[in-house]
Design a protein around this ligand. Structure first.
Ligand SMILES: [Zn+2]
Length: 109
């Protein structure tokens, strides 16, 4: 068990003590990895920016709203493209997960 709790800096002290940048297996890995934290925060911040179909199903995000959110949150221009790509992965996964749920619901009728 490592000394650092789960979070963006997990295993930090442990790595310093071991003089390495390799994370160990003993520290609690956060549910959201540090490299995905900014995208996860943006995903939550843009939860009102979904476009919906006529039955309320999620279709995708309003990218103008996403861009506005990035600007308002002070995301640097050079970081926006990569962050947007990560957000799109989350968007895609969300739409697919909802699609699966809806299909399962249709089958049970
Ligand atoms: Zn560690």
């Amino acid at each position: 068990m490592g000394v650092d709790g789960p979070g963006p800096d997990y295993c930090k002290h442990c790595m310093a003590a071991r003089r390495t940048h390799e994370k160990c297996d003993g520290c609690d890995e956060p549910a959201i990895l540090p490299e995905n934290m900014a995208a996860a925060e943006l995903y939550i911040a843009t939860r009102t920016q979904w476009r919906r179909g006529d039955k309320g199903q999620l279709r995708g995000m309003d990218y103008a709203g996403v861009l506005a959110a990035m600007q308002l949150r002070g995301v640097k221009k050079r970081k926006r493209a990569a962050l947007f790509e990560q957000l799109q992965a989350l968007e895609q996964a969300t739409v697919e997960a909802q699609q699966e749920l809806l299909e399962r619901h249709d089958d049970s009728d």
